[in-house]
Design a protein around this ligand. Structure first.
Ligand code: HEC
Length: 159
């Protein structure tokens, strides 16, 4: 095989990687979390680096807190207590009764999985019991994910 062939293979590989990265970005492609693993893309990292925590907190207060308590000393409401959500396995807050779908999601909440879930909850976990469709605005969603990070005994480092 001549160098031409290798160049061509390299080009095809590069293109496949680009497509995979594109499909991994929230809002495009993907599927349920049982078969799709969202990636911590440079695009998501940069949204998190620019995140406006106050805006995330306000959004949480307005849209999430009717169902979720984010305070350390809080508890479950219609939705599970979200303290220490980052790094927690889905559907494992003691004492909350989750849907079968959430239990089967077999995911761990991370920057990538939270961003993906909150982009389109139906796509990520069909049949979930959370009556909230998602946050379409990419930066706003990153603001909320960055805020969720702070609801933690030991907030993990920003990526
Ligand atoms: C109308 C009520 C409601 C709203 C609004 C809501 N949630 Fe939920 N949420 C739930 C319920 C119920 C569940 C459990 C879902 C299940 O078991 O399928 C849940 C589950 C979750 C989980 C997974 C928790 C775990 O322990 O695995 C996260 C993360 C989450 N919600 C974040 C949010 C955020 C962030 C918002 C606001 C942007 C939000 N939710 C808005 C009701 C709600």
């Amino acid at each position: 095989m001549g160098p031409q062939v290798f160049r061509r293979i390299g080009l095809i590989l590069g293109m496949s990687l680009a497509v995979a990265a594109w499909a991994g970005a929230a809002g495009t492609g993907g599927g349920p979390l049982t078969s799709h693993t969202p990636l911590l893309t440079p695009e998501l990292k940069s949204r998190l680096a620019q995140a406006d925590l106050d805006a995330g907190a306000r959004y949480f207060e307005r849209k999430c807190s009717q169902c979720h308590d984010g305070a350390k000393e809080g508890g479950h409401g219609k939705g599970p207590h979200l303290w220490n959500i980052m790094g927690r396995k889905a559907a494992t807050a003691p004492g909350f009764v989750y849907s079968a779908a959430m239990k089967q999601a077999a995911t761990t909440w991370s920057y990538a999985t939270l961003d993906y879930y909150l982009a389109d909850t139906e796509r990520a976990i069909p049949d979930r019991a959370m009556n909230f469709s998602g946050i379409q605005d990419d930066q706003l969603r990153a603001n909320v994910v960055a805020y969720l990070r702070t609801l933690n005994d030991a907030p993990p480092p920003l990526p």
